[in-house]
Design a protein. Structure first.
Length: 145
């Protein structure tokens, strides 16, 4: 499951904590978090259990870089079962609902906070389309000066 990292907290640790809070109820067995960084920087990956224990792992050797996105992965060791088609399909069909309940039902994509009205805009007539258009025109004129 791929998720864009939040824009508002700037530090990588804060962005990771946003995801970890959503995965609080998830069983960490088999769950990994892959972190993507800007440019050609290689992605990093840690287990959910390791990141819960030490969220600073995410930013080691990445000081000053902004975390861009996450990928939540589920790994299941099939060992010799991988070679047997029927068992592989049975294991896959069992893994999908686990991932769905442990991750996909818990995580929501980040949304920016709604803008706050200025205190001088607390009355309905102050936020009418005409009033907002007037404010926009005044701001445009001030920008030309």
């Amino acid at each position: 499951m791929w998720l864009r990292a939040p824009d508002e907290p700037k530090s990588a640790k804060a962005r990771l904590n946003w995801l970890l809070k959503q995965l609080q109820k998830s069983d960490p067995n088999g769950l990994h978090i892959r972190c993507y960084w800007p440019g050609k920087t290689a992605a990093t990956q840690q287990t959910l259990e390791a990141l819960r224990a030490d969220p600073d792992l995410v930013s080691r050797d990445r000081e000053g870089q902004a975390l861009q996105s996450f990928e939540v992965l589920f790994f299941k060791d099939l060992g010799a079962k991988f070679g047997q088609r029927k068992i592989f399909l049975t294991e896959l069909e069992a893994a999908v609902p686990i991932f769905y309940s442990q991750v996909m039902q818990q995580v929501k994509a980040w949304q920016a906070k709604a803008p706050r009205l200025r205190e001088d805009k607390s009355e309905p007539q102050d936020v009418s389309p005409a009033a907002l258009l007037h404010d926009t025109e005044l701001e445009a004129l001030a920008g030309d000066a």
